[in-house]
Each structure stands twice: as C-alpha cells, then as structure tokens.
Design a protein around this ligand. Structure first.
Ligand SMILES: Cc1cc2nc3c(=O)[nH]c(=O)nc-3n(C[C@H](O)[C@H](O)[C@H](O)COP(=O)(O)O)c2cc1C
Length: 160
C-alpha cells in the first residue's frame, strides 16, 4: 500500500482545471466546494461526474438535494477557489452569483456552467461519485484556472 502523502503527491502531477460544485441545503442556503475531480461521462445522455469527500460539509446537501451545478473557474477566480476550499459557512458572501433554472447557485464569470440532476451516486472509499445528467449548460469567455502540484497556474497563450 502506498501512503496517503505519496498518493496525493503523485496525483498532483495530473494538471486539472478547477471547478466550484454548488447546491442548496435543506434550509435553501447555497453551499458548495472547490473540486477538480470532475469529468464528462457520456454524450448521449449528457452525463458528468464529480467525486466528493465524505468529510466535506457540502456532501450531505449534495447527496440529499440530488441536484448540483459545476462552475468552471477562470484565472480571475483564484480567491473564489481558495474560499470554496475551506469549510466556512459564509462562502457565498461577497461572491457574485445568481440562481439558475434548477434553483442552483451559479457563479458570475464562470468559464462554463453545467446544471445537473443527480442520476446515480456510488460510494467508493472515502468519496462518493455523483453522476449528473446535464439539463442546462453554457460557456463564456476567459482563461481557465489550472491546478498542478498543489499550486494554481494558467495556460500560456490560452485562446480567448
Ligand atoms: C484545487 C482543489 C481541488 C479540490 N478538489 C476536490 C474534489 O474534487 N473533491 C473534494 O471532495 N474535495 C476537493 N477539494 C477539497 C475541498 O475543496 C475542501 O475539502 C473544502 O474544504 C470542502 O468544503 P466543505 O467542507 O465546506 O464542503 C479540492 C481543493 C482544491 C484546492
């Protein structure tokens, strides 16, 4: 067995984009977390997945609400990414957002947004894989925020 530290260190060599996955909790409060474990699953039907740590405070709401939105971040969102990577309750305070067609919080200026209905959840180890059917999706201008070896970065010469 490899150690958790070694596993994390090796996985850090896979460069990713960064998303904030949002939902609403039982009180109708917006909640969410920074997540890079996001990928497309199927074109027909349109499915995506996100992997959520069971220790995440957002996890119960994501599981129970059975809807989530994926907000793909730009280089303008580095502070937002740091903010949503903490377990504070007021994450949305001062972060411009609107409520989308599925009642989910959508962050202003996101590079892409996908509004999803959860169609399956699979517990695997200490995470749950949430599979979402994409009901609404849009993209906008901007440069993608990247994450590599524990640090934020950007593409050089990124197309606009
Ligand atoms: C770049 C980056 C990517 C992350 N990706 C994930 C992820 O895919 N899944 C996850 O559960 N946590 C991920 N995290 C950690 C969560 O954002 C962090 O645990 C956060 O505090 C959870 O917030 P919550 O407890 O309020 O839900 C990531 C953190 C960073 C900085």
């Amino acid at each position: 067995m490899i150690s958790a530290d070694q596993f994390r260190q090796v996985l850090g060599h896979f460069a990713t984009g960064v998303t904030v996955v949002t939902t609403t909790n039982g009180d109708g409060r917006p909640t969410g977390l920074t997540a890079s474990a996001f990928t497309s699953v199927s074109l027909d039907p349109p499915l995506v997945l996100v992997c959520v740590d069971h220790k995440s405070q957002s996890y119960p709401a994501l599981l129970e609400h059975r809807r989530f939105a994926v907000n793909v971040l730009t280089t303008q969102h580095e502070d937002v990414s740091r903010r949503f990577a903490t377990s504070r309750l007021d994450k949305f305070d001062g972060v411009p957002h609107r409520i989308g067609a599925l009642g989910l919080p959508l962050l202003d200026g996101a590079l892409a947004q996908l509004e999803c209905v959860t169609v399956a959840s699979h517990v695997e180890g200490d995470h749950t894989i949430l599979v979402g059917r994409v009901e609404h999706a849009r993209s906008g201008p901007g440069e993608p925020l990247l994450y590599y070896r524990g640090r934020y970065g950007r593409l050089s010469g990124a197309p606009q």
